[in-house]
Design a protein around this ligand. Structure first.
Ligand code: NAD
Ligand code: UD1
Length: 319
């Protein structure tokens, strides 16, 4: 059975009171904080503001505590998880391209950082940890990609996300804390930053289109991505936290099952005729989810199609 946002929030309220969101000042994290507050949870955000922004949380007058610090800092972690029954672990470096030039940073923040977060969550007595995983772990697998596909990471970012998942599984198997690892496909929506070459492609193309500037496509533009709206991801994350019989560190795809290539994306966003440059190292060619497991295990199906989702970032389709 597929569960609506309002009924998810109602069920969530009955299960969790105080939730730690690492990376909660970021794009996805701040929308998750909004969803948790709608569900009546008290939220503690742990974020070092490396890519996140305080403004993303400024609309919360109360109910959100902010710990500014790194997940690599034991004191900051302890402060953030104290009294929490659930940890939503989203803090991470997020760019495949950046990870090619800074692999050690990714190993430390994404891999080691997740193990340390798990240790602190256990020490604080939290019952569950949900990891923001990534479909990049599949590498160049033929779509649609199910969780049965053997991972083949093609970048330090993807390798580190796979290590993070293995920590989640190990802690769950040792009976220390229940965990689950949603693997997001390409997430987009309001508050996604567009100001760095490492930003998500929809945010970059939409910003360029608004200024009448030319987008750059790395490669031939025929690579595909499965774009999922952030509000769908938030609902999925709350369902993942609540699921009762799936907390052994399972991977669960969060995608729509539909692929869009970059030529089409540039056209839909009216981003002007693109300029082409060489494909980025570590880049995946095709990425489209088989979303069946999320529906079966969590009752999670996406509701927002790309045209509707793009209107949430101010894009108006031509009639
Ligand atoms: P984001 O950059 O907006 O969010 C990441 C947040 O983590 C930021 O607020 C940043 O300041 C914080 N952070 C980074 N390093 C930290 C550290 N050492 N200590 C504390 N905070 C730290 O990016 P996002 O797109 O919102 O990504 C959120 C999560 O979702 C990440 O784990 C990312 O890997 C995962 N993910 C994102 C996508 C996507 O398409 N956006 C897809 C798959 C997975
Ligand atoms: C994105 C996420 C990553 C996540 C993964 C899951 C970001 C920044 N990265 O990586 O965290 O784990 O999805 O699939 O959100 N491109 C251009 N021109 C540009 C920018 C990008 O052609 O100006 C191309 C890239 O080379 C790539 C595609 O667009 O082929 C998507 O790039 P990007 O938005 O960075 O996402 P992923 O690398 O898929």
């Amino acid at each position: 059975m597929i569960v609506s946002a309002s009924s998810v929030e109602e069920q969530f309220r009955a299960m969790f009171e105080r939730v730690c969101v690492t990376g909660g000042a970021g794009f996805i994290g701040s929308h998750l904080v909004d969803g948790l507050r709608r569900a009546g949870a008290t939220v503690v955000v742990l974020d070092d503001l490396s890519t996140g922004r305080r403004e993303n949380l400024a609309h919360h007058a109360d109910g959100v505590d902010f710990v500014e610090g790194s997940i690599g800092d034991a004191t900051a972690r302890e402060d953030a998880v104290a009294g929490c029954d659930l940890v939503m672990h989203l803090a991470s470096r997020v760019s495949v391209a950046e990870s090619m030039s800074e692999p050690e940073l990714y190993r430390r923040v994404v891999g080691t950082g997740t193990r340390e977060m798990l240790e602190s969550a256990v020490a604080a007595g939290a019952r569950r940890l949900v990891l923001a995983g990534s479909c990049s772990v599949y590498g160049d697998a033929p779509p649609p990609i199910s969780e049965a596909t053997t991972p083949a990471p093609a970048s330090p970012y993807a390798e580190a996300k796979l290590v993070a998942e293995s920590h989640c599984r190990a802690f769950a198997e040792a009976g220390r804390i229940a965990t689950i690892c949603p693997r997001f496909f390409n997430v987009y929506g309001p508050r996604q930053r567009a100001d760095s070459p490492y930003s998500g492609v929809i945010a970059i193309f939409a910003a360029l289109a608004a200024r009448g500037e030319t987008p750059v496509i790395f490669g031939d533009g025929r690579q595909t991505r499965d774009f999922i709206h952030v509000e769908d991801v938030v609902r999925g994350l709350m369902l993942a936290a609540m699921a009762t019989d799936t907390h052994g560190g399972e991977a669960v795809n969060f995608g729509t099952g539909r692929g869009t290539d970059l030529l089409e994306l540039a056209r839909v966003l009216r981003a002007g005729p693109p300029r082409f440059e060489a494909a980025r190292d570590g880049d995946i060619r095709h990425s489209v989810a088989d979303p069946g497991r999320a529906a079966r295990l969590l009752g999670f199906e996406t509701e927002i199609d790309l045209a509707t989702g793009l209107s949430s970032i101010g894009h108006r389709p031509t009639s």
